[in-house]
Design a protein around this ligand. Sequence first.
Ligand SMILES: Nc1ncnc2c1ncn2[C@@H]1O[C@H](COP(=O)(O)OP(=O)(O)OP(=O)(O)O)[C@@H](O)[C@H]1O
Ligand SMILES: [Mg+2]
Length: 338
Amino acid sequence: MSIIEVKNLTKTYLIQKRKPGVIGALKGLFSKEYTKINAVNQVSFQVEEGELVGFLGPNGAGKTTTLKMLSGILYPTLGTARVLGFLPWERKNEFRKQFALVMGQKNQLWWDLPAQESLFLNKEIYGIPSSAYYRILDEMVELLNVKQLLSVMVRELSLGERMKMELIACLLHSPRVLFMDEPTIGLDVVAQKNIRDFVQKYNKKNKITILLTSHYMNDIQALCKRVIVINYGQKIFDGPLAEIIEKFSAHKLIKIVMNNPKFSKEQLSEFGEIVEWESNKIVLKVDRNQIASASSGLLNQFEVSDITIEEIPIEDVIGEVFSNSERHMKNMVLGEAK
Ligand SMILES: Nc1ncnc2c1ncn2[C@@H]1O[C@H](COP(=O)(O)OP(=O)(O)OP(=O)(O)O)[C@@H](O)[C@H]1O
Ligand SMILES: [Mg+2]
């Protein structure tokens, strides 16, 4: 059995219908008209022990809702999931001791306590033996370089510092499964990298299984070999990150530097779509199948001093995947319910 098994997991929210304007809002107080939204729609996947899987999707795709169900915070409407063999929403103690959920948007530490006291409370809550507690604490404090911050009130920590403490708090009980919902949101690039490096080291060393959502492709590229993409609550891709580029990106970029400034837009656009033009530097978006002929044509026809062929940046490819699936999936709103 896999460590995470998700089968046809579905969460339907009922949202009260609102008519526009003040009158509409007043009517809404009395009317009982609802719209059903499939926030998560028949999602299935499996994750094996020790995997670090990226969970991607645009805003509102259903990522947080899925992680909340897998953590037992929400009941599914349909379908099922097993994490470590448990039904998460039964919230068995044995299950709670073996998983953790970190949310970048939500603080789970006590604001008015110094970080170390907040951490100590977690020791008590999870019943972590002292020897294990101090060993793990020391190790993580060292890895995250936060020794001098332990006595600072949580409310006085910066966002990045607080995130480091949140991570320590979540990992003190050595969970086997970790759900991370945008752990680097709002952090500067250095802090993002610190968190990322920590997650990578921790995952390697402890064979912990991680499901991670992030809107930052740097996180995903650095950490996740495999990604699951959802949009409108439905799974649209599950596989190696590199495969997304092959499967969904129909183009590559040809970057050229010209020796001679004598060339026209018309001449160039025969070879592909011009996406950048800065004096003698041009970037063309070219159909994957035409790359060879376009580059030889460009070299023949112009005085080219440099030419490189690159993949479209992953952000743009993912953007393309989302907008393609948007066209195919207008069935999220199921209809009306009374
Ligand atoms: N408590 C709720 N009641 C009603 N609708 C909700 C509730 N929570 C989420 N939704 C809706 O469910 C859908 C999925 O939301 P969810 O938070 O899971 O998305 P997400 O993928 O985490 O997005 P983001 O990247 O913005 O965090 C959205 O359309 C959202 O508006
Ligand atoms: Mg979310």
